[in-house]
Design a protein around this ligand. Sequence first.
Ligand SMILES: Cc1ncc(C[n+]2csc(CCOP(=O)(O)OP(=O)(O)O)c2C)c(N)n1
Ligand SMILES: [Mg+2]
Length: 217
Amino acid sequence: MKYQSIYCCQNRPICKKTFNAMKDLKKKLINFELKIKKIYEKGKVKGPIHLSGGNESQLIKIFKKIRKNDWIISNWRSHYHAILHGISEKKILREILKGKSMSLNFKEHRFIASSIVAGGIPIGLGIALAIKRKRQKNRVFIFVGDMTFETGVFYEAYKYAKNFKLPIKFIVEDNGLSTNTPTKNAWSIISKKPNDIIHYKYKRKFPHHGTGSWVLF
Ligand SMILES: Cc1ncc(C[n+]2csc(CCOP(=O)(O)OP(=O)(O)O)c2C)c(N)n1
Ligand SMILES: [Mg+2]
């Protein structure tokens, strides 16, 4: 995806100001992960980390549509999601140092992450149902990997959300891998993505877990 393909200012091609802001934001995301990598390799993080990389531009574009009072349901690879939802790097770093990279949770920012494959999906569904019943205006954005998309939990939640018109948007982050196994090998067939979900592809820059210097799983 090229920055130039994103439109701003009443659908005019992206203006220089926005272009520069996006470049800065991309740098901010990458630098944060590099900082975590360094700290992790010094043995200061007492738990697993799952770094992002290669998906900065796609996420910046997606988060432009997300409002502060919307809920984010994330997973084990959640640092970028948290930063883009406006949570301070200091706050995120504090949790990572406690070994909580895989389960960043900031209720005050409407941010929930689960390291259980598909674990966050029913939680997001419940939040969306509550939002609808209370006639509130905010929405729920659920981020899942391409392998999680193939699970039964995803399928049921997607169906329920669609049938009951819940304020949910699903985003499939597709790196083609389920940990280190190609998702195609894990499931034999890759399912078609429905038109009403956001689906983007990216190439993983880091191993599934860690930085490549310690144990890999
Ligand atoms: C219930 C459960 N089973 C297995 C795992 C181990 N596990 C962690 S991530 C993962 C694969 C996820 O692949 P995908 O959804 O594509 O996400 P990605 O890591 O590629 O972003 C698995 C099997 C887990 N965390 N939870
Ligand atoms: Mg994957």
